[in-house]
Design a protein around this ligand. Structure first.
Ligand code: G3P
Length: 218
């Protein structure tokens, strides 16, 4: 399972890339707002240059014609760009058209396996079930990922599953076990994936023992 970063903040992306572990980035209007930018084109291009892999940029129109018009512009920003389209009836119409260009579509705001199935049939390259938001609403978000993975596997559907709305490191492990192809994680979740207190304790102990070995030789 690939790890992507769910952020529009350039400094977070640069730092995560230096770790050698992320292969894509997802953004949305809220993340752009948190990154303090309204220049979606410049920011998306910069992210695409840095990551050199898929970068999702989201349309904001409600109607298919508006989404398609936005997508027509967004695809020119970078060859790495993936058009993020919400899974509504209008979104499905837009996914069908945009996927035929060719262009890659990430069907977003997916909260059920039925929505994922419809997005896949309309031509989406990716579907993004929002695990954390389902959990917040009292559901089992990861169960939706498991259902989508089982259905896609059973019916030879090649659309990839991006586990999104990841809130903590355990979500990432569960997404991998559930069959997601990608987990897109906020920077703070990526940081918590690397941390373990016993690693820090182990390093301190090795250092102390080595110091003791050296001092006994003096
Ligand atoms: O990629 C979608 C993700 O950004 C949604 O996360 O935390 O706003 O539910 P969240």
């Amino acid at each position: 399972m690939e790890i992507w970063l769910d952020t529009a903040k350039i400094e977070e992306i640069q730092e995560a890339i230096s770790w050698g572990v992320i292969t894509g980035v997802t953004t949305n209007p809220s993340l752009m707002m948190r990154a303090g930018t309204t220049d979606l084109k410049t920011n998306t291009r910069r992210i695409a240059e840095l990551v050199g892999g898929p970068v999702s940029a989201e349309v904001i129109s409600d109607d298919a014609q508006g989404m398609i018009a936005e997508a027509k512009d967004i695809v020119t920003w970078s060859s790495h760009v993936v058009i993020k389209i919400p899974i509504t009836v209008e979104g499905l119409k837009a996914i069908k058209v945009v996927s035929e260009w060719p262009a890659r579509v990430n069907a977003t705001l997916v909260f059920s396996a039925n929505q994922a199935l419809l997005a896949a049939h309309a031509g989406a390259t990716y579907v993004s079930p929002f695990v954390g938001r389902l959990d917040d609403a009292g559901h089992d978000g990861m169960e939706v990922v498991r259902e989508i993975a089982a259905i896609f596997e059973m019916h030879d559907i090649t659309t990839k599953i991006i586990a999104a709305s990841m809130r903590h490191p355990r979500h990432v492990i569960e997404a991998a076990l559930a069959g997601a192809h990608v987990a897109t994680v906020p920077y703070k979740v990526l940081q918590s994936m690397i941390y373990h207190p016993l690693t820090d304790v182990g390093i301190q102990r090795f250092k102390a023992d080595w110091e003791q070995a050296l001092s006994s030789k003096r």
